[in-house]
Design a binder for this molecule. Sequence first.
Ligand code: ATP
Length: 301
Amino acid sequence: MGSRVIEVRGLRKRYGELEALRGIDLHVDRGEVFALLGPNGAGKTTTTEVLEGYRARTDGEVRVLGHDPATGGRAFRERIGIVLQSTGVEPFLTVRETVAMYAGYYPRPRDVDEVIEVVGLLEKRDERVNRLSGGQRRRLDVAVALVGDPELLFLDEPTTGFDPRARRAAWGLVRGLVSLGKTVFLTTHSMDEAQALADRIAVIARGRIVAEGTPNAIAGRDRMRTRIRFRLPADGPSPPPSAERGPDGSFELRTDDPTRELHELTAWALEQGVALEGLEVAPPSLEEVYLELTGAEEGAS
Ligand code: ATP
């Protein structure tokens, strides 16, 4: 099998009339953080649950750690760790008791205290679960997923509802998993999360992968994306014909050659004797590409 941890070809899932997955191809290599990025209802959870072996597929080939998850059974489940969007850990157990209980389900668990330390809950080790904050609960979920020493971790929207600080901390935690040699498959609808964490991203919209690659490759796939924005004085000249008026009254140019475009624009401004107010050059953003990709797909169907 080599370094390939997940291999999916032509995955389809039908719920009655609805075809939720319409032929998904993707692969994840060992040691990668892979993000499945897409809006609500795109098919992320369905894909993830098929990979975890918790949902039957309608069609397609799926191999996870060399197993077909649909038939992998216990030998397969012991090698994966799952962090769901919400978990039902026992509220009156302490952090340590919870992790120790889950450790008991696995043949070769990691050391309980070490796992608690990895997720940054050492100080809360003896706290009851119902007294943890949302972010701390999520860390406990990760600890529970980690304690069986899985090779592959599934994280379903790992930072939903987090404040910015908790989010950063969770990102640090995911990066730490990679340094433990884990492979991570995560779902998210946040571009900045995918960009911050993933080695590779697949963008899913309405049951189809609409783009796949490194965050930079996806952001740069449309080279016309560099944006130059400026304002002109109210009594100033008309802008150059290639500039379009934005909703806030500023003007905007799109270009695949920002060096030349800026040169021509500033030459024009000097010639006209006007100042380009609030001049701004913005690189292509993953967010913009994402909105375009997922929006185009929405419109098409
Ligand atoms: P979110 O970001 O909101 O969690 P998602 O990308 O995970 O969304 P899925 O939960 O995979 O999306 O859902 C994909 C589509 O399949 C949606 O249209 C959803 O309504 C539908 N769906 C999901 N589960 C079922 C089910 N058990 N029965 C019928 N339809 C379902």
